[in-house]
Design a protein around this ligand. Structure first.
Ligand code: VGL
Ligand code: ZN
Length: 199
């Protein structure tokens, strides 16, 4: 197994799941699948990154300060915690993003680890060439993260069975997937990946 791959789980937080402040329909349904990917990557000793939306109380990202969204994923709140069933190994690198009071920051590449190191630098240090991306939401943070990864020269595999979209407009997720594909992302599901890696 080549060591140049990493798993990137995008924003699998309470506020993006049913009953959350910015619930993605069936957002919680991908948790068991993400857990399977986590196991597969752990078994192969490949690094795992988990991004989180991590907003200050006051940011222009929120409707009440001129932005698009209801208040969600405020730093330290229950809504900002990862879904309780998500089984992140202790080696997982947590990437926080959206801390600016003036920026939206949909892409995980806007984020940094607990010591302030940007995601891009961390991936370079580990010589990661290929990112396997799943999480929430297909039509926002997943899309922006995947497109930025491609622009930065990474190969990207979108985990088709482990993403869900907001679909503010009907078909947004489908459109986002098409766009990621057009820009060079390859699609894969768990069964295919497992079969490939088991030979
Ligand atoms: C997200 C909307 C607002 C996301 C974050 O993680 O996809 N969407 N903030
Ligand atoms: Zn947000």
């Amino acid at each position: 197994m080549k060591k140049d791959r990493a798993l990137l789980i995008v924003d699998l937080q309470n506020d993006f799941c049913p009953h959350g402040a910015l619930a993605v329909p069936q957002g919680d349904k991908i948790v068991p699948l993400i857990n399977k990917y986590i196991k597969l990557f752990s078994k192969n000793k490949l690094p795992i990154f988990a991004s989180r939306d991590w907003h200050p109380k006051k940011t222009t990202h929120f409707k009440k300060f001129g932005g698009l969204w209801p208040v969600h994923c405020v730093q330290g709140s229950k809504g900002a915690q990862f879904h309780p069933d998500l089984k992140l190994p202790k080696e997982t690198v947590i990437i926080s993003k959206g801390m600016s009071p003036q920026k939206d920051s949909y892409s995980a590449f806007d984020g940094e680890d607990s010591s302030g190191q940007p995601l891009y630098n961390l991936l370079k240090i580990l010589r990661i060439k290929e990112l396997y991306v799943g999480g929430l939401a297909t039509d926002y943070c997943v899309k922006e993260t995947v497109l930025e990864a491609l622009r930065k020269g990474f190969k990207v595999r979108l985990l088709l069975d482990a993403v869900k979209g907001v679909n503010i407009k009907k078909g947004d997720s489908e459109k986002a997937i098409q766009e990621m594909k057009t820009q060079g992302a390859k699609l894969i599901n768990f069964k295919e990946l497992k079969a490939r890696w088991s030979v």
